[in-house]
Design a protein around this ligand. Structure first.
Ligand code: ADP
Ligand code: MG
Length: 565
């Protein structure tokens, strides 16, 4: 096929109505059109689908697209059908089709009508389909969400492992296109190896999402009120609020609802029908907000999600990037707001504590990066991109001013002497204490260290009492992130000195500590909590109310508090 730039532009305009390619799309498409194996690494929202859809529409034969989720495939098929007068231009082949439907799909392929055939990996293993497809003209085979092939990715699917052998059976020479939004080298290596395409032309786009605004707020007990305020300020816009637990998802969805925000919950504990219904309500904009666990995400192709809020901080930067990546996929604004409290990190650490040490170490290292991200005073965009091995110019780079730290720089102050004191306490008490015990000693709150270290009694107890314990905790975290101290995994959280810490002791240096934001920790009475409102109506709620009153009366007679009865 002889093609020039204008042909491609025309095709883009004709099929999709877009006037320009985004990023590497054009190069990728050229590589595919020249029948070469092609590997595409682009962040979520980068426009990967178009990379295989456009060449599929332009080529002879049918392109097979492997994708992990039925919902994802259906969305895409609907979108493609809407640009063509022929419904058969795109089909999904899956186990739910009856005989007549399968025959129609096959006829459309044989007649050259079908340009895109979407299949789930498990359907592709069916003998009947393989036997049929190997007789057809296949333009290329695209493996979307290719990271599912790797155990190192965040969404491993064993069925993806068989793809290579099936592709071979359908046709030795069919070009393969792998697409993913996962940027870590280990996953990329796995994909190339498992799909047998080490010779692939690789295209890696920048992971910078300049239209996303990154913000971290401290998580106080007013977090729900703060979220409601945020959502109301963004009334009419679509957004996702992520929570860690199903219980919290339910509670928060209710709280939003009773405060006049149209919201639905989404988590794996809901039955499939409810999940599908809630997802549709979000897509159709019957509700503005989905409160969800991470179960909600990969299948969501809603380009105008305007905010992604993390009620709970996720367990890695990679997850955070993926989840926030669902905002602003149309290139418009996208606000990524995370609530952060160190307590949540400790909770996540506790979840890991039963796991093998090696796994804990990885988990802990990933969490440490999350802490560093949340507490950093540098450009958050620079931080994230650095994590993916990318340089970013925090002054002139695209989207440089799109984060809270750049817009409102945090204050810092010299804390070199305090770091020196802290490291000394750790060192002289034998590196056997956890953060809390060290802090208690510094502020003179508990004498745990003194009992076991009488000799150091005078030197440490209460020496840091001009500062609050919260201050010392924050300093310890910043010193951990800076690498002068480390937490021991085997002994669960005991603080030790690193080599850098030891040399700091010998050669004291400057240490610029970031001032923690101070937020008033009062309860906002203007917000109705779901449980309060629940008492207003419903037979069950009335019954509960009556029981409560009864308990109070009995307790009063007995002269004990109600919770005893
Ligand atoms: P990815 O799969 O990489 O996460 P998608 O393929 O779902 O991203 O594309 C994200 C959005 O960008 C879609 O709404 C798509 O229509 C849009 N898009 C893709 N390419 C272009 C383009 N060249 N011009 C305008 N919009 C585009
Ligand atoms: Mg995609």
């Amino acid at each position: 096929m002889s093609l020039n730039e204008t042909d491609l532009q025309d095709a883009l305009k004709k099929y999709f109505g877009f006037s320009q390619f985004r990023g590497l799309q054009e190069e990728v498409i050229k590589s595919i059109l020249s029948k070469q194996n092609t590997f595409v690494i682009m962040p979520t929202g980068g426009g990967k689908s178009l990379c295989y859809q456009l060449p599929a529409l332009m080529c002879r034969g049918t392109a097979i697209v492997v994708s992990p989720l039925i919902a994802l495939m259906k969305n895409q098929v609907d979108a493609i059908r809407s640009i063509s007068s022929q419904e058969g231009i795109a089909h999904v082949l899956n186990s739910s089709l009856n005989k007549t439907e399968v025959k129609r799909v096959k006829d459309d392929i044989v007649n050259g009508v079908t340009k895109l055939l979407y299949v789930a990996p498990e359907s592709l293993t069916k003998e009947e389909y393989v036997d049929f497809l190997k007789e057809q003209e296949i333009s290329f085979l695209a493996v979307d969400e290719a990271h599912c092939i790797s155990e190192w990715g965040h969404d491993f699917r064993p069925e993806y492992r068989n793809l290579r052998s099936i592709i071979k059976r359908i046709g030795e020479d069919i070009p393969i296109i792998g697409l993913t939004a996962t940027a870590t080298p280990k996953v990329q290596e796995d994909i190339l190896k498992n799909l047998g395409m080490n010779d692939a032309n690789t295209f890696k786009a920048s992971f910078n999402r300049p239209n996303l605004f990154y913000e971290v707020r401290p998580k106080t007990k007013n977090v729900d009120a703060d979220i409601i305020r945020f959502v109301k300020q963004n009334a009419g816009k679509s957004g996702i609020v992520y929570c860690l637990s199903r219980k919290r998802v339910e509670e928060l969805a209710q709280t939003l609802e009773v405060n006049g925000v149209k919201a639905v919950p989404y988590h794996a504990g809901l039955d499939a029908k409810t999940r599908a219904k809630h997802q549709d309500m979000f897509l159709m904009e019957d509700v503005d907000v989905v409160v969800a666990t991470i179960a909600f995400g990969m299948g969501i192709d809603k380009p105008d999600v305007r905010f992604v809020i993390h009620h709970d901080i996720p367990k890695s930067i990679e997850s955070y990037y993926q989840e926030t990546g669902r905002a602003g996929r149309d290139g418009g604004e996208g606000h990524c707001l995370a609530y952060y409290s160190y307590k949540d990190i400790e909770k996540l650490e506790k979840f890991m504590s039963g796991k093998p040490v090696a796994e804990q170490e990885i988990g802990h290292a990933l969490l440490q990066e999350v802490v560093a991200y949340a507490e950093t005073s540098m450009s958050r965009r620079k931080f994230i991109l650095h994590y993916f091995g990318e340089e970013f110019d925090e002054v002139h780079g695209e989207g440089a001013d799109m984060d809270d730290n750049v817009r409102n720089p945090k204050k810092k102050h010299e804390a070199g002497d305090e770091v020196q004191l802290l490291l000394e306490v750790v060192s002289k008490t034998g590196e056997i204490y956890k953060a809390k015990e060290i802090v208690n000693t510094l502020v003179g709150k508990s004498n745990a260290l003194i009992l076991s270290h009488k000799t150091n009694e005078q030197s440490f107890f209460g020496q840091g009492k001009s500062r609050e314990d919260k201050y010392w905790m924050a300093l310890i975290r910043q010193v951990l992130v800076a690498g002068y101290l480390k937490k021991d995994i085997e002994t669960y959280g005991v603080i030790k000195l690193t080599e850098a810490g030891k040399s700091f002791l010998v050669n004291p240096q400057s240490f610029m500590m970031t001032d923690d934001h101070v937020y008033a920790d009062t309860t906002d009475e203007s917000i109705i909590t779901a449980s309060k409102s629940a008492n207003k109506g419903g037979a069950d709620d009335k019954l509960i109310g009556m029981l409560k009153d009864l308990r109070k009366k009995v307790a009063k007679k007995l002269g004990v508090p109600p919770f005893v009865v």
